[in-house]
Design a protein around this ligand. Structure first.
Ligand SMILES: Cc1ncc(COP(=O)(O)O)c(C=O)c1O
Length: 423
């Protein structure tokens, strides 16, 4: 069986299961920290470089605390995420608030925390002013639309609900300048799970070009360019991780030519990646409950799409390892399923795996982004625990599993006693 790396042994997991029953997500601290260092080092040429971890990918404050220690900021998109940042003691320009269709109370919270506000639409300038006031540093999210004539890498941003058009961008910065704003940022994010390094270099080129044009027309200088997230991960064995050094070298060359060349340095480069930072370092660990054979062979796990919905939601591939059977031949085709009353509750369809037995431990890879975070309670399924495999080999529970009491906490069962049915 051609495997992807796993940072723990079967014996280790068997011992962990004695304390924390399956299913659970377990995150590899060492892998995450090494990647965080690699990311920051790759851009060390840029003074002020910062990666704002898109906390939506895996909103666990323990992971954020580890990343913060590596110099990361936090990218929030909702009130809950802002409150998580607050609970971590994060304040001011450590927080990027990139939201859309934003309610007033979220802007109020973001301004209260001193976050960098990234507006998604020109009408939000007035909305923000009325609800929370315009802060001294403001950023706009740019949607480059059909720029560069249907660029295959960028896809079709015109179909995306996010961001300002180019015309709105110029108009918006003029309005901010007239309102006395002195500090400006610019942001874009037009792809997801992109594995081609050229994509990110090209995004930087579009943004640098726009910065130069806005400087010439509006007369403002930018403090930072936020190139968004979207860095892909190798879900499949044959995928290659994005070479961040190559991305950085490409961006640096453009920076020298376009930013330094136009006297617009220093300009801080920001990213707000989520998936790449934690995705590959999370593993959903389950046990095989049942084997079923009808028209196909089915493996029934003790987890379900409520623990990891990407395969069911968009047919996403997640690699599966049968612990202890890594070197066995994959000679049996299975659908690997959960227990929801939904036929698409499948982690894999027609997957070639070694012969599986009831009780086998199944590891589903790359669950560290959009795994636990996309959990839900359909069929009364409870969200699992999250564990952290520490650099020293110890394990810490960083979120307990939900209980039935958690699930029913919003129901008033006492009220049910006095509730009378009309007729
Ligand atoms: C505004 C914004 N920033 C950052 C991210 C993180 O993207 P990724 O996890 O692909 O790096 C997302 C993802 O949805 C996003 O919507």
């Amino acid at each position: 069986m051609k495997g992807k790396n796993i940072p723990f042994s079967k014996e280790q997991i068997e011992s962990i299961i004695k304390t924390y029953p399956t299913p659970f997500h377990i995150y590899d601290e060492k892998g995450m920290v090494e990647y965080a260092k690699y990311f920051v080092n790759a851009f060390s040429w840029n003074k002020g470089f910062k990666e704002y971890y898109a906390i939506k990918a895996c909103p666990n404050p323990y992971l954020m605390k580890i990343l913060r220690n590596q110099g990361f900021g936090i990218d929030c998109s909702s009130l809950a995420e802002l409150v998580l940042a607050e609970k971590l003691g994060m304040r001011g320009e450590e927080i990027m608030f990139t939201s859309n269709d934003t309610p007033d109370y979220e802007y109020k919270k973001a301004v209260e925390l001193g976050a960098i506000i990234n507006l998604d639409d020109i009408t939000h300038i007035d909305y923000l002013e009325k609800t929370a006031g315009i802060p001294e540093l403001v950023c706009f999210r740019y949607n480059p639309g059909a720029l560069k004539g249907g660029n295959v890498i960028i896809g079709n941003p015109e179909d995306s609900k996010y961001g300002f058009t180019r015309e709105q961008l110029f108009e918006g910065y003029k309005r901010l300048k007239n309102k006395g704003v002195k500090r400006f940022g610019i942001h874009t994010m037009v792809a997801s799970n992109e594995l081609d390094p050229e994509y990110f270099i090209e995004t930087a080129e579009i943004i640098f070009d726009t910065i130069v044009d806005i400087y010439k027309e509006v007369g403002i200088r930018f403090e930072f360019a936020n190139l968004g997230g979207g860095i892909g991960i190798p879900y499949k064995n044959e995928h290659k991780p994005v070479d961040l050094e190559k991305v950085s070298t490409g961006i640096q060359a453009l920076y020298e030519k376009m930013i330094v060349g136009n006297g617009l340095d220093p300009l801080k480069i920001f990213f707000e990646s989520g998936r790449a930072i934690t995705g590959p370092f999370g593993f959903l660990v389950s046990k095989v409950l049942h084997l079923k054979e009808t028209y196909k062979k089915y493996v029934g796990l003790d987890s379900c799409m409520a623990n990891l919905m990407r395969p069911a939601l968009y047919g996403a591939y997640h690699h599966i390892t049968v612990l202890g059977k890594e070197s066995e031949t994959c000679n049996t085709i299975y659908d690997v399923t959960g227990s929801l009353c939904e036929n698409n509750d499948k982690f894999a369809i027609n997957r070639l795996l070694p012969k599986i037995e009831v009780g086998d431990i199944i590891v589903i890879h790359d669950s560290g982004a959009h795994g636990h975070s996309m959990g839900f309670n359909y069929n009364g399924k409870l969200r699992s625990a999250e564990l952290l495999l520490r650099e020293d080999g110890s394990v810490k529970q960083i979120r307990r599993a939900e209980s039935l009491d958690d699930l029913f906490a919003t129901l008033d069962f006492d009220g049910l006693q006095n509730f009378t049915v009309l007729k």
